[in-house]
Design a protein around this ligand. Structure first.
Ligand code: CU
Length: 173
């Protein structure tokens, strides 16, 4: 009996070690592009393998003087960009950064480092002081999401298509 218990203990310890060996934070599909306005937008998936909610509170990279955390929100039918102080990555969950939602904005870029085809390393800091880093692939602007709107347009244009769709198309027939 004692032997069985010992074996069980060894098993539990082995599993614990596997769990500890797994990265707390995993960042995938990380890419960025530099629209004509010279402010880069960066996008990725981030997975939190811990039992605690983590909040991204800052990001830095060589070659950009400043990185802001942004979100896109709909206000009165218009898509607007907002700087946010932190972005949550739920416990044992993930958060998606994409051109239509959360994203990083990088300002005052080193043109050479941000040339298409390069890799740019970004370092993240979380609210528990832990850090993570990932390499971001610099894509040519307009790819791979040719149909997505660039930041400049999103910032200023009135995206009130939702209003147009609400019954008015029938009235015009
Ligand atoms: Cu933005």
């Amino acid at each position: 009996m004692k032997k069985i218990l010992t074996l069980a203990t060894i098993f539990i310890l082995a599993f614990t070690n596997i769990a500890l060996a797994m990265d707390k934070i995993v960042i995938t599909d990380s890419w960025l592009w530099v629209p004509p306005n010279k402010v880069a937008g960066a996008f990725f998936e981030i997975k939190n393998n811990t039992d605690k909610t983590l909040n991204i509170v800052s990001a830095t990279t060589k070659g950009a003087k400043k990185i802001e955390l942004h979100n896109h929100i709909m206000a009165d039918g218009i898509m607007k960009m907002r700087q946010v102080k932190a972005i949550e990555v739920p416990a044992n969950g993930s958060t998606s950064f994409n051109p239509h939602g959360f994203h990083l904005m990088m300002y005052r870029l080193d043109k050479d480092m941000f040339a298409a085809g390069n890799m740019v390393e970004v370092n993240f800091t979380f609210d528990d002081q832990s850090t993570a880093s990932a390499k971001f692939h610099v894509m040519p602007f307009g790819q791979p999401m040719e149909k997505s709107m660039d930041h400049q347009n999103m910032d200023h244009s009135k995206m009130d298509h939702s209003k147009m769709d609400m019954g008015k198309s029938d009235a015009k027939k």
